[in-house]
Design a protein around this ligand. Structure first.
Ligand SMILES: Cc1cc2nc3c(=O)[nH]c(=O)nc-3n(C[C@H](O)[C@H](O)[C@H](O)COP(=O)(O)OP(=O)(O)OC[C@H]3O[C@@H](n4cnc5c(N)ncnc54)[C@H](O)[C@@H]3O)c2cc1C
Length: 453
């Protein structure tokens, strides 16, 4: 079972086409998820190029239809960790670029005929220990030192480790323990501190569908989407690429891979060194598991993250193929026609090879038990009593650095990427799409953290 509430909101009667003949275009975009649609949006609005978008399955049925739906302008790794590996200037600039995702989203939504809302607010992350709190304070400190807007951490006046926070004055505020528990919507007294993060909740699949309608109405001569049209092979030449789409081919001046990693595409570089082998080993996969239920009362949007002791999820590594599991869970609540949709996620499964992922695989009982036990412990929510549950999973593509790859392939500039690092990929996809459109316009951009290496 893979039943996502986001896919359920899509138009089940939408008519789709497959690639009907050999074709030519300025830009071929491979992959019709949020990264593909963002790339198309900024290319259509900022250039005069024609686009053919090719999708292996149906649009927005990949990670963009199977996520937690939280918009956060963040990296997978704390900024101060990234700064140990990359120049601080690049890290700070990249963080500012992610923050532009909010304005880019507003720009997209403003042109749509049918509105879509995303409920931007502040969410809270529950912390239990001195170590967890100091780790978060280090991040806030880095943000402050590099002129990045930050929100202070709240620490309870009763926290047993207050004396250990010397040196971090100005980066945290003392609050009553009750207030912290209220913000976290928990009664569990071990949570004595919390982070604050700006977040939004968005159905990214629905945004893709609305963008598609807008593109077809506004740019009928410049945009076309072909679904059930997998790209099998890309042959890169000096000035164009030929995409093998089974019975037919597409000849494009440039090709942008928005595939959430590299999936079943063989890349032949007729004009330079091998790209294929290197890239196939570049993006690894993680499968994330989610569940949701509908509360039959109107409640405001909210989001929460909770650290958990590693043994609290009663995880048994290597059982059922689980090889790595993060010791935290997250929840979000968003308005829903019947009240509010509460979504919960947490367990992740590491894959050696992304091709192992089967979108139709059954939802493992152990993942269900882990989410149930964790949310019961943190929020006293008894999932087994909730009716009409959604349970879904999706694939995330990770690069070794934890940074999304956006830009021109160094070995052949006909090929570009907007992919990878998908645990947090919604706002980064938008910023990536805008970046790609600048490159397609011929702008020379300064070096960035997102550059393919
Ligand atoms: C469980 C889970 C929870 C998540 N939670 C969040 C969250 O709260 N916040 C957040 O920011 N991010 C979250 N993410 C990540 C976010 O969903 C992704 O980063 C984002 O959707 C990626 O979009 P995409 O367009 O790159 O990939 P996708 O939506 O996967 O789209 C890629 C498309 O490429 C197509 N494709 C692949 N190969 C080919 C081919 N050969 N030919 C043609 N088409 C091809 C695929 O079929 C797919 O439709 C989560 C992901 C998961 C799985």
């Amino acid at each position: 079972m893979n039943h996502s509430p986001w896919i359920e909101e899509l138009d089940a009667n939408r008519i789709w086409d497959t690639l009907p003949n050999d074709n030519t275009t300025d830009i071929a975009i491979v992959g019709a998820g949020i990264a593909g649609f963002s790339t198309a949006f900024f290319t259509l609005t900022r250039t005069d190029k024609r686009i053919i978008m090719l999708e292996r399955g149906l649009m927005a049925h990949g990670a963009s239809g199977h996520n937690a739906g939280m918009l956060v302008p963040m990296f997978e790794r704390p900024l101060h960790h990234l700064a140990e590996e990359f120049p601080a200037k690049l890290v700070a600039e990249a963080q500012i670029e992610l923050e532009t995702g909010w304005a880019l989203l507003d720009e997209m939504i403003a042109v749509l005929d049918e509105p879509i809302s995303y409920h931007r607010k502040v969410g809270y992350g529950g912390l239990r220990t001195l170590e967890e709190t100091v780790a978060e304070l280090e991040n806030v400190k880095w943000e402050k030192d590099h002129n990045i807007p930050y929100l202070p951490i709240f620490v309870a006046d009763t926290a047993p480790f207050l004396a250990g926070l010397k040196g971090y004055e100005g980066l945290f505020e003392i609050r009553s323990h009750e207030e912290i528990l209220d913000l976290l919507e928990t009664k569990h007294p071990e949570y004595v501190a919390c982070t604050q993060e700006e977040f939004g909740v968005l159905n990214s699949a629905l945004l893709c569908e609305k963008l598609l309608k807008h593109f077809l109405a506004t740019y009928p001569d410049r945009f076309v989407l072909y679904e059930k049209s997998p790209v099998l092979r890309v042959a890169l030449h000096e000035e164009n690429a030929i995409l093998d789409v089974g019975r037919f081919t597409v000849d494009a001046d440039r090709v942008v891979l928005c595939t959430n990693g590299f999936e079943d595409i063989s890349i032949v570089n007729k004009s330079g060194l091998d790209i294929d082998t290197r890239f196939h080993h570049f993006v690894s996969g993680k499968v994330g598991f989610m569940t949701a239920y509908v509360e039959h009362e109107e409640r405001p949007a909210s989001a929460g993250w909770y650290s958990m002791p590693p043994d609290a999820l009663s995880l048994t590594p290597h059982e059922d193929g689980y090889k790595e599991i993060d010791a935290f869970i997250y929840t979000s609540r968003r308005p829903h026609p019947k009240g509010a949709l509460v979504a919960i996620g947490g367990p992740d499964m590491q894959l050696e090879d992304r091709a192992q992922y089967d979108a139709n695989m059954e939802y493992p009982l152990s993942a269900e038990q882990r989410i149930s036990s964790a949310i019961q412990q943190v929020r006293d929510i008894a999932l087994e009593t909730k009716e009409g549950r959604y349970m879904w999973h999706g694939l995330m593509g990770y690069t070794p650095t934890g940074v999304r790859v956006v830009g021109v392939e160094p070995k052949n500039s006909v090929l570009l990427y907007n992919l990878g690092c998908n645990g947090i990929g919604l706002l980064p996809s938008l910023a990536g799409g805008k970046r790609i459109s600048s490159m397609l316009r011929g702008e020379k951009l300064p070096r960035s953290l997102f550059d393919p290496r």
